[in-house]
Design a binder for this molecule. Structure first.
Ligand SMILES: O=C(O)CCC(=O)C(=O)O
Length: 317
């Protein structure tokens, strides 16, 4: 089966794209989980969240979306189906990231900060766990995807033991835009230069223009550094946990369904946290980075740099 991932099309099952391995059998042991994420850079846990809670959260987000603008969802379907209006492209779905009425409504928060996920991280860390107040809640539109990046470039001002947990709100098969990681990319020697250059960048401090992604092409990563992309079909309740140096991106949402998902970040409570994402968070209207910044214009008053310029500076061209 061919799968569209970023700007490329790869064969699922080929040397470049394979299925994630299920880590759920390691849940009995904190050490086994830690060893696995240290080795592979990810944990794929089926059924971490309660399925019904996830489906309730999905409905809360869809309800918010239809009230936000009445032409986002296709009115020839039930709103609960989450079918996007065929005109709905980038910029049509609401920007929901931050700390706001929808990220912090009861249904969403009981998934994102519920006892199941908290217990998971407290077991993994062997101490109290802290999560950022900022939530990266998204509805990915048709033909939308996220390019290849590591999270450290956006949130590297705190601990280096920062884990992302990607939670799809609903059943999300690969053609709806699932997360994909390059196994071992957080530590393999082939990725050393990548991690020491791009991986150590602070996109905000550097005033990088655009998304902050290294590339939209998954093969650029493999050709330059090696590795294999891994993804899977997700059911409501399943999650992908990965380190802030693990290279990841998403497959393309080739359906007309909104792919609703949230990235949340967790770390040991005793470690320093990136101050931009905790406490009082001013709601931003115009995101600087990520998929919503794809079409944004650079602020002409600000000196800025592009990822292509940085790649030249790092000697990738
Ligand atoms: O949901 C997605 O498409 C990508 C999420 C992601 O990579 C991130 O927020 O770091």
């Amino acid at each position: 089966m061919k799968l569209r991932i970023g700007s490329a099309e790869l064969e699922l099952g080929s040397e470049h794209l394979r299925l994630l391995e299920d880590s759920s059998h390691l849940l009995h042991s904190a050490k086994a989980l830690q060893d696995e994420i240290d080795k592979k850079g990810y944990l794929f846990i089926r059924g971490l969240h309660d399925r019904d809670c996830v489906l309730q959260a999905r409905l809360a987000v869809l309800d918010y979306m239809r009230q936000y603008k009445d032409d986002i969802l296709d009115s020839s379907y039930r709103w609960q189906d989450g079918v996007l209006n065929s005109q709905c492209q980038a910029g049509c779905v609401p920007f929901m990231e931050g700390k706001n009425d929808i990220t912090h409504c009861k249904e969403v928060l009981q998934v994102l900060e519920g006892h199941r996920v908290r217990n998971f991280f407290e077991k993994l860390f062997g101490e109290h766990a802290k999560t950022f107040d900022f939530k990266w809640l998204r509805a990915m539109y048709s033909e939308g995807f996220t390019g290849a990046h590591v999270d450290k470039v956006y949130m590297g001002r705190g601990t280096d033991k920062l884990y992302t947990i990607w939670t799809p709100f609903g059943d999300v098969p690969t053609e709806m835009g699932t997360l994909a990681v390059v196994e071992g990319s957080h530590r393999l020697p082939e990725f050393k230069k990548f991690q020491e250059t791009y991986g150590n960048m602070d996109v905000e401090a550097e005033t990088l223009q655009g998304t902050g992604w290294f590339t939209e092409d998954p093969m650029e990563i493999i050709k330059r550094f090696g590795g294999t992309w891994k993804t899977a079909n997700f059911n409501a309740g399943d999650v992908l946990v990965f380190t802030y140096r693990t290279v990841h991106m998403s497959t393309v949402n080739t359906t007309h369904y909104a792919r609703i998902s949230c990235d949340t970040r967790w770390q040991p409570a005793s470690h320093a946290a990136d101050p931009r994402y905790i406490g009082d968070i001013k709601q931003i209207e115009n995101p600087k980075f990520g998929v919503h910044a794809q079409t944004a214009k650079a602020d002409s008053d600000q000196p800025y740099v592009t990822i292509e310029e940085k790649k030249k500076e790092w000697g990738f061209y």
